[in-house]
Structure formats: structure tokens, C-alpha cells
Design a protein around this ligand. Structure first.
Ligand code: MOS
Length: 746
């Protein structure tokens, strides 16, 4: 089958199954918590039970005496982490401020803050002993209620410092120019905090292989970033810290920051001189690894009676912790999506006595699109216009924010494909008028966009004795199928069958790559794969001598154990012979790829539109999403199968955002009441409708040579408003607070 691929043309675009799929479904893939190191011991965290104040005393005696316990570590006896004393570089990602310094002092910043770690020979014994730690607090009044504190929202420090910060106040045309329009609306939108709930819990095994050499098997999205962070913490040269994340069992951004439990495990390993495994509980996933922050938004919009936007004002306040300023790009889509002459955006953050949020799939834009795309639907209704037609009337063929051409934009193609597939023509203009028995039927749409980002990455390519090629890069794969896509890109680049190519990732000793985040891995690492494969072929070409001289790299192939030329079947050189010429060594290159200057001239975004068909029960308010169509302009689609799965996953995530997810705080204690999968609902199979996916699949070679733009984020951005708008169309009820639970509809 694989050789056939090459004969047919290209591996890129094929529906190739995941290269690691069998390992994953048979349990053969080793995840962070599954490394069976000799002498491994287990750690369990104890969390604070107040949200703010100080630890007056912490009694660990009973825990220390419990069977199998090796250590109980608190701020009283923790070894000093050298990096905790150092002044934080405020411009260092991922968030501005000082990340929580675990066991540093007696201060409590949020409820369930780690205050002790118990290490024992078994997990059960560690867990039992953790329950014996007794703490007395000097509690101080805490502030966890968003509404009560909303007025304290402030401009992020980085925006104050940098006038070009995307979080700064923005005005195009007249400030609040919507006011002059003949048709106006103003509305407020809220969503609760949403929690990362990948199947795999956050986990780490920390192992000091020598007093100055640390290895961590860690569930992270950035092995190099984690290596840098821990090297800094422990004042070690970077090469003394090794980070392994070969398999990641799902992540939505929770692995883009380093969290207190990681450092707690590293401290515990240091104290006990044993490899320490620490796996968060599902409950701890709600307090210790970030979340999509609760956000309040106000959109004011003005239009002419014939459906031209005059202006949009979008204000947003997102919550953060008291010790880090987490920001996101919630108002970005409003600046660039529609051809409104007057656009104002204002973004603020609100520090509360809670843990720090972090990016969660479609960070910022998914939140902002809920407000913007709901308001667009509300305006279309006011104007008595089809919301698809209203969007077309305000479509823009250049970026109105940056005044640059788009590198590519095929959003109209997405509109057309989606409208056909969902059956948009069945949609009634008058809400609440399409009924099947007790079920009200409605249709809605929401648009999404996300920057087609690209960073710098290196890839090592090695031609081995058996004619296979090994590729390595310190990227990660949190689920999209990165390894598979890279193999496909390499197969085309090398003219070599995919089963002869292996791509290794998730190891900080590999050539550098950024975190897997922001939908940019194929753009970034894929480009480096292409560059490394090209350089490898050029090296072989030199060894191959006269027969290959002057051939363009894309004419060279490595199939069948031979260096060959697509243009001349007679030109052949055995790879084994070329290797002999290389002193019998593997032929190897390490190549870097970085974005070009097209980035200055063009505005680069992926686009999506999601269409939802819903049925709302007229008597109970139960909502069923009965069909979804997600359409994406994401450039070249490297693998229709894995990319399609990614779109479906995003759509289901969006259903969760619209209908199910919301972490509710009991402000008396500053503690979540929904903190497991029984109380905090995510969509299950019964909630997941058939999702049809459509890709425009036109390359954008200004972004990168493969032509990809990124899928991960646009898969969810715009889904929640599509469902909210469909519910309005079904019922005539406009719900502006997510999640849209049945009580809000009856
Ligand atoms: Mo994501 S929020 O780019 O993991």
C-alpha cells in the first residue's frame, strides 16, 4: 500500500493511519507515569483548604510515622529551589508574574494550593499518609467572586509597557463609532471557567540521576521549554536536564506551563534520592494545571439598515490569579473579521484568589468568538437578514486591522460548503417556527479564525544502513498525529516509502522545537522536516557524483535502497555504497527552518465556519445537537483522516463549551463545587452528533513551503456561538451565559 502511495504521487493528502496508532490502542505506548524505573516511589500532594492567608502550623508527625512513608515535605523542611529566589524576567513566557513557588513559604494564594507532598513506597500508603497531615491556618478574606470584583479589572502590565501589545486598547476609525449607526445593539456575554480534562491525568516521574543531573518523564507540551524552566529552577546547565514526553494522552494547553506538582516531585526526588512518580487526581486537575478563565464580555454593534456594519466595540475581562497575569487574545477576531470602519476593543484582566489560568484550545479566540459571533447573529436578526448573508455583506478581502492582504482566505468557500451540507435552506427566519412534535428545530453558524503561526525548529535526518531514514525533533504530539504528518511530509520530500521513515519526538535531547501549541506544529516542524530532507538529499547527491550533478532536490528519490532521479530512471546509486563513501557512517544532517519575510507583507490566518442543527425540547429545555458541519480553510491538509479527527474533536469540545462545561465556585470557601467528571460535565458519545468536516485544502505557501495554516484551534473557535445561535433560531431565546443548560431555556 505504501509503495503504491508513491506511485500515485504524494503521501501528503493521504488518509494514512497513525504511525503510533497501534502502540496507543494496544497499551504499548509508554506515557509519563508508566516508566518502571528501579526504586520508584510514589508522591501525593496535600492541598490547602483555605483560599488566602498563611499556614500557622503544619503537623506532619502522624504522616511521617505511617507505614512506608519516606518523606513528608512542606515549606518548613523543603530544600531551597535556587531559581525561586531569582527575579523573574517579566517578559518570559508563558505568563507574566512569578509562577507559584511550591513549598517556598507559608503563604496561601488559592484553595487546594499544594502545601505538602508525601512520599511512600506505594501509592496507597502515600495517599493514606497525606490524609494525616494536619494544618492550622491564619485565614484572610479571599476574593473569588468575579462579578463582585469586576470593577477591579486592569490593563495587563505587558500592555502598559508595550504599546504594540495585542492586549492594548485598540481603536480603528472613531472610538466607539458604532454609536452613530441607525441600528444598534449592546449585549453582555459570560462563560464560566472551563477545565482541561484530557484522558491522561497530569503526571511526572522525576529522577535525579546524579546530584546535578535531572531526568523527568513529564506530561508536557514543550520538552525544550520545560528543560529551560527546570534548568533555571535548579541552576543547572540546560544539558543536565532531560525531559521525556514521548506520548501525551491528550492536552489542550495544560502542558504549556510548568506547574507546582512538577517541582514538588522534583523536590521529593531530591529529598528521598529515589525516582518519584506523582500523578494528579482528577480533582487536582481542576486547581493545579490551569483552565480557560471565566470571562465577561460586552459587545456593542451598529449597522446600517441594509446590513453594513458601522462599528463594533468589544470589551472583555478575563480572570487570572493574584500572582500571575495570564492574558489571551479574546478580542482579536473582532479586530480583523469584518469590514467595519469603526472598531474599538478593550481587554482587562482581574486578579482573584484562585490558581493561574492557562491557554485552553482556541485560547482567547474561542471566548471572543462566542461574544462576537453571537452579536453578529443578534444584529442579523434585528436587521431581518439571514446571518450568512449579513456576514457576506461584511466580508473583507484584506485584513482591516493591519491593512495587509491575507496570505490566503477561503472563508466564502467554507460558507458555501457548510451551508449546503447542513441544509441551511431549511432554516426559518422567524425563530421558534420549525417544530417536530415537542422538539423545536433551529440552525446556527459561527465563524472562527486563528493566526497561522510559525516558529523556528530544527530537525535531524539520518540515513541508516538499512536505507531507512530517522528524523528527530524536540516537538511533542498531544494528540493530533504529529508523527504521522511528519512521516508523510518526509515521504514526499525524500521520495521514500512512509514505512521506511521514522519520526521521533518528545525528547529534549533532540534538535530544538517550540512547544506544541497555537496550531503551529506542522507549519513550524513540518518546514524543518522538509528542509532536513532536502539537505540530506543534497548530501547524498554530492556523494553520488556526476550522474546527479545539477539535479534539483525535488528530482532526487531514495526509494528501493537507491539514490535515484525522477527525470532519469537510468541514474542510480546504491545508498549502501554512498554510505561506504561516508566512511561507513550514517549520513546525517541537522537543519533549521524559520519563517520568511512574507510574514511582514501578509496577514496570515486559518479560518473556519461551524454550522449546527439543534433540537430543543419545548417542555424540558433539553438541547440536542443533531448535526454539525465544520468547514476549515487551513491550507494544505497533510492527512485528511487525522485532520478530520482533529476537527471533530474541536466540534465536540465546542459542544461542551456551549452546553455542558462550567466550573462553579462556592465563594464562601473559594473552592470549586464541580471538580470531577460527575459534576463537571463534558460531552459524552450520546451528546456527540454526526460531525461532517469539509476542508478547502488549498495550499498557503506564504505561511510555509508545505502550505499548511493550522487546524487545532479553529476546530473549536466559533462552535459555541453556532450552537447558541441555533438555539435562538429554534426557540427565540437568546442565552448569553454559557453553558446553556436546560434551566436557561424554560
Ligand atoms: Mo493549545 S491552547 O495551543 O494547547
Amino acid at each position: 500500500m505504501k509503495e503504491q502511495l508513491l506511485q500515485d504521487g504524494k503521501a501528503v493528502g493521504d488518509r494514512m493511519s497513525r504511525v503510533d496508532g497501534r502502540l496507543k490502542v494496544t497499551g504499548a505506548a509508554t506515557y509519563s507515569a508508566e516508566y518502571a524505573l528501579p526504586n520508584l516511589v510514589h508522591a501525593v500532594l496535600v492541598g490547602s483548604t483555605i483560599a488566602k492567608g498563611r499556614i500557622r502550623s503544619i503537623d506532619t508527625k502522624a504522616a511521617e510515622r505511617a507505614p512506608g512513608v519516606l518523606a513528608v515535605i512542606t515549606h518548613v523542611n523543603s530544600p531551597k529551589v535556587p531559581g525561586f529566589a531569582a527575579k523573574q524576567n517579566p517578559d518570559e513566557p508563558p505568563t507574566i508574574g512569578q509562577p507559584l513557588r511550591v513549598f517556598y513559604d507559608d503563604k496561601i494564594y488559592f484553595n487546594d494550593q499544594p502545601i505538602a507532598v508525601v512520599v511512600a513506597d506505594t501509592l496507597e500508603r502515600a495517599r493514606y499518609a497525606a490524609g494525616l497531615v494536619k494544618t492550622q491556618y491564619a485565614a484572610e478574606p479571599h476574593q473569588t467572586n468575579f462579578e463582585a470584583n469586576k470593577a477591579r479589572g486592569f490593563l495587563p502590565t505587558q500592555a502598559k509597557r508595550n504599546p504594540k501589545s495585542p492586549q492594548n486598547d485598540y481603536d480603528r476609525g472613531q472610538k466607539d463609532g458604532y454609536q452613530s449607526a441607525p441600528v444598534k445593539l449592546e449585549a453582555e456575554y459570560v462563560h464560566e471557567s472551563e477545565m482541561h480534562n484530557p484522558m491522561e491525568l497530569q503526571s511526572i516521574i522525576a529522577h535525579w540521576e546524579a546530584p546535578d543531573r535531572l531526568t523527568v518523564y513529564d506530561k508536557v507540551q514543550a520538552v525544550k521549554g520545560t528543560q529551560r524552566a527546570f534548568a533555571k529552577d535548579w541552576a543547572l546547565p540546560e544539558e543536565n536536564v532531560k525531559v521525556i514526553a514521548t506520548f501525551v494522552g491528550g492536552a489542550f494547553g495544560n502542558g504549556l506551563h510548568n506547574w507546582p506538582h512538577e517541582t514538588a516531585a522534583i523536590i521529593a526526588a531530591k529529598v528521598t534520592n529515589r525516582p518519584v512518580k506523582l500523578v494528579l487526581t482528577r480533582e487536582q486537575m481542576f486547581t493545579m494545571v490551569g483552565y480557560r478563565p471565566k470571562t465577561w464580555q460586552r459587545v456593542a454593534m451598529g449597522a446600517t439598515r441594509d446590513g453594513k456594519l458601522v462599528g463594533i466595540t468589544h470589551e472583555c475581562i478575563g480572570q487570572t490569579s493574584s500572582y500571575e497575569e495570564f492574558t489571551e487574545s479574546s478580542v482579536q477576531q473582532t479586530r480583523m473579521m469584518y469590514a467595519a470602519p469603526n472598531v474599538s476593543t478593550r481587554y482587562r484582566i482581574l486578579g482573584l484568589d484562585i490558581s493561574t489560568p492557562i491557554w485552553m484550545r482556541g485560547p482567547g479566540e474561542a471566548t471572543g468568538a462566542f461574544a462576537l459571533e453571537s452579536a453578529i447573529d443578534e444584529m442579523a436578526h434585528l436587521l431581518n437578514l439571514d446571518p450568512l448573508e449579513f456576514r457576506l455583506r461584511n466580508h473583507t478581502d484584506t485584513d482591516p486591522e493591519k491593512n495587509k492582504p491575507w496570505s490566503t482566505k477561503y472563508l466564502k468557500e467554507c460558507f458555501q460548503a457548510g451551508a449546503e451540507r447542513i441544509g441551511w435552506s431549511k432554516r426559518r427566519m422567524q425563530p421558534g417556527t420549525l417544530r417536530e412534535g415537542d422538539w423545536l428545530v433551529g440552525y446556527g453558524m459561527g465563524v472562527g479564525t486563528f493566526g497561522a503561526n510559525r516558529g523556528v525548529a530544527k530537525v535531524r535526518a539520518v540515513l541508516r544502513a538499512d536505507g531507512s531514514v530517522l528524523l528527530q525533533s524536540a516537538t511533542t504530539d498531544i494528540g493530533p498525529g504529529t508523527g504521522t504528518a511528519m512521516v508523510q511530509i518526509a515521504a514526499d520530500a525524500l521520495g521514500l516509502s512512509p514505512d521506511k521513515i521514522r519520526f521521533e519526538l518528545g525528547n529534549s535531547t533532540f534538535p530544538t522545537a517550540p512547544s506544541q501549541g497555537g496550531s503551529s506544529t506542522v507549519n513550524t516542524v513540518g518546514s524543518a522536516v522538509l528542509a532536513a530532507c532536502t539537505e540530506l538529499k543534497q548530501k547524498l547527491q554530492q556523494l553520488g557524483g556526476a550522474a546527479f550533478a545539477g539535479a534539483a532536490p525535488d528530482q532526487l528519490t531514495l526509494a528501493g535502497g537507491q539514490l535515484g532521479l525522477r527525470t532519469n530512471a537510468a541514474a542510480k546509486a546504491s545508498l549502501a555504497d554512498l554510505r561506504k563513501q561516508n566512511n561507513g557512517q550514517d549520513i546525517e544532517v541537522t537543519t533549521e527552518a524559520k519563517p520568511g519575510d512574507a510574514r511582514q507583507k501578509y496577514s496570515m490566518y486559518s479560518f473556519s465556519v461551524h454550522f449546527a442543527e439543534v433540537r430543543v425540547h419545548a417542555l424540558t429545555g433539553e438541547v440536542r445537537v443533531t448535526k454539525m458541519v465544520s468547514c476549515a480553510d487551513a491550507g494544505t491538509i497533510v492527512n485528511q483522516k487525522t485532520a478530520g479527527s482533529q476537527m471533530i474533536g474541536g466540534a465536540i469540545g465546542g459542544i461542551g463549551m456551549a452546553l455542558h462545561e462550567g466550573a462553579l465556585m462556592d465563594d464562601r470557601f473559594g473552592r470549586y463545587v464541580t471538580k470531577d467528571l460527575a459534576d463537571y460535565h463534558v460531552p459524552v458519545h450520546a451528546d456527540a452528533p454526526p460531525v461532517e468536516v469539509f476542508f478547502v485544502n488549498k495550499p498557503d505557501t506564504l505561511v510555509d513551503p508545505i502550505g499548511t495554516k493550522g487546524i487545532g484551534e479553529i476546530a473549536i473557535i466559533g462552535v459555541a456561538p453556532a450552537i447558541a445561535n441555533a438555539i435562538f433560531n429554534a426557540t427565540g431565546k437568546r442565552v448569553r451565559e454559557l453553558p446553556i443548560t436546560p434551566d436557561k431555556l424554560i
